[in-house]
Design a protein around this ligand. Sequence first.
Ligand SMILES: [Zn+2]
Length: 497
Amino acid sequence: MRLCSAFAVLFSNATHAQSRPAPAADRPQVKNRMNFVGIQVRGFSWVDEGVNQVLDNLQKKGDVNTIWAYTFSYGEARLRKNGPIPLPDHGKPGDTIAGGALYDYDPKYFRNTILKDFRCDVYGNFNVIEAVAPKAHDRGMDFFAWDLNNPGAGLNRTIPNYVEVSEIDLYGRRTASPCFNNPDYRAFLSGKVESLLLGYPDLIDGIAWGSERTGPFENLVGRMVPATCFCQFCRAKAEDRGVSVSRAQAGYRELEQLFRAAAADEPNADGYFVSFWRILLRYPEILSWETLWTDSYQELEAQLYGEAKALAPEKPFGFHIMQSFTFSPFYRAEEDYTKRRNFADFLKPATYNNAGGPRMAAYLNRLSRTIFHDAKPEDFNDFYYRIMGDPQAPYDQLATTGLTADYVARETKRAVEEVAGMVKIYPGIDIDVPTLTNAKIPEKRTAPDDVHKSIRAAFSAGADGVVLSREYAEMWLANLAAAGDALREVFAEKPHA
Ligand SMILES: [Zn+2]
């Protein structure tokens, strides 16, 4: 059954609504847990270490009460013993990479999509919901499906027809990123939500949904990725909005040429920022295309939320927000928390402060290779910190020092204030989010004291809970235990609702 309830329609329009809070009576009654402590767990962790052993570590060391178990992933890579990201003191080394669903689903939920066959069978018939949820429940823990829909080139190979729903770039090429306006992809994502909530009504306690994606403008500025998406569905949507497809393409082509010239250090008489701005003036369609992409992404999220609420109003349904929104002023402008009030029960902003150091340094470096090419990162890092409201170490020390615990507090506070009590905020706490040990300058690694400080920072800024991040498989047990100690300390001082 495809869901097309008034609820879904209501929420699918949410992104265009005013940012006024909806009346409390209209909100579904969601059973949010007090003192929420989540953790993300890859499929192979259960298989390699055993379900009971993993649950023991999470509960006893990490004080975790809510499992975010990958029920779908774009690929799973085990760590290697001597790799750039070392295997911690648990788990098994290896290089298995597999994508797809780690649970069994009824094909009836996927009747309206060409994406029907996406079961990951690398671990035999391991069904993470059936294997883990009952044992988690026996321990008083909740089980959330972590439905992470990042792009993954591997899925184009393993899921029949997956390539058919992918975005088409400026040059007419298929990509590894599915298109949010493709009806088959949308039906696939809806089908997954239905298959989880209706297929496992007693085992799934909530859904965390994620898709780490940014629009064509951000992709070009930040990563030199050619603009998308120019498929028939996006073209039709642009036409409805009165946006010229050919002018958007011409604009992105010029912008890409400018950034290629910057990368080659070619001289620019007017300066790169002026040239960048001139292209925007000539082709406002560049920003219209970015907005079309962002609206499509957020409309889809609102639709999935509406569908989930129609099926199981009491079960929390929320979203992961990728860390780029804390680095990029452009992406931050698009991820407007006030809009999220209407279509999320909880949000997990990825506030990874240790890995945030090298990541922010990389972002500053990218700005200096594109729109700010006439300046070096160290020339504008103070200015950048001021406009982002977040003072940090000088550029040349960022990768080594990481970001401060204040970064976690500031981002948490901003989120808490902007959702105005209508959405729970669970910041992602950095526990060994990978940094490179073989970089020229050694990058920041997590220490127990870092974990302690960032957890205290999150709660002091008003967090409703935390999600220990990124993956259990990456965490050293001493750092996981530091999280548990800090959490017990915080909850003993003041129980949080
Ligand atoms: Zn498209």
